[in-house]
Design a protein around this ligand. Structure first.
Ligand SMILES: *Cc1c(COP(=O)(O)O)cnc(C)c1O
Length: 218
């Protein structure tokens, strides 16, 4: 069996009930992604709209496509045509643009807020203290549906050092859930990558995003 297919099967087999695998597909060919689909992958994440198009054309609706990169507003129109979830909303301006583009084609887009949980100045995402305000803003938009939070955690540190940032994001998730805002349906907590996913699951992640653990190091 193909190594990619095998890695995908193994990771899926280890996941607790209710935790979903997102295959982080940046820079991988449609054939590589297809090998992961053969191993049972049902969600593929992409970081760039244009670069994702050939793979989306080749694999289509065998999987769900999640956008996990930094989304520029001028790519929002194409993004809502191609993806079934945007995990990286980080401003009300982007949320409004997505809302407008979704209204134009008559769909409601599930979105997550990307949290800059380690408050790193050069990292994408919203600082934890600003997440509730953005939540309220998104809740007022009819064509996007807030369904949870996504975080990367701090880069280039030992896996265990991610734990407080994952648990902090989890607490924020619970806090927003308890507000019971109309049109907000807190369901997904997307955190953990190849080196950190086991910790993330213990801290409540129900989507983990794996690249190297499936495809190998570049
Ligand atoms: C690349 C990427 C991942 C996966 O990282 P690995 O270390 O390769 O598992 C997860 N999330 C995002 C947003 C990514 O860009």
């Amino acid at each position: 069996m193909n190594r990619i297919t095998e890695n995908t099967r193994r990771i899926l087999g280890e996941l607790p009930e209710g935790v979903e695998l997102l295959v982080a597909g940046k820079g991988r060919t449609a054939d590589e992604l297809m090998a992961a689909v053969e191993g049972g992958a049902r969600i593929i994440g992409q970081n760039y709209v244009q670069a994702a198009e050939p793979a989306i054309r080749a694999i289509g609706n065998l999987v769900q496509w999640h956008f996990i990169g930094h989304l520029q507003r001028n790519k929002a129109k194409r993004a809502v045509e191609l993806f079934q979830m945007i995990e990286t909303v980080d401003s009300i301006e982007l949320a409004r643009e997505l809302d407008k583009r979704c209204a134009g084609i008559g769909l409601i887009m599930p979105v997550l807020i990307e949290v800059n949980s380690a408050r790193e100045s050069r990292k994408a995402g919203v600082f934890p203290e600003d997440v509730v305000a953005l939540t309220r803003g998104i809740a007022s938009l009819p064509n996007v549906r807030l369904m949870g939070l996504m975080t990367m955690g701090p880069l280039a540190r030992a896996a265990g050092e991610c734990r407080p940032f994952f648990s902090g994001t989890r607490r924020l998730f619970d806090e927003i859930d308890s507000l019971a805002l109309p049109h907000v349906q807190m369901k997904y907590l997307s955190m953990g990558m190849t080196d950190t996913y086991k910790i993330a699951i213990r801290e409540g992640a129900n989507i983990i995003r794996i690249g190297r653990g499936i495809f190998g190091e570049r």
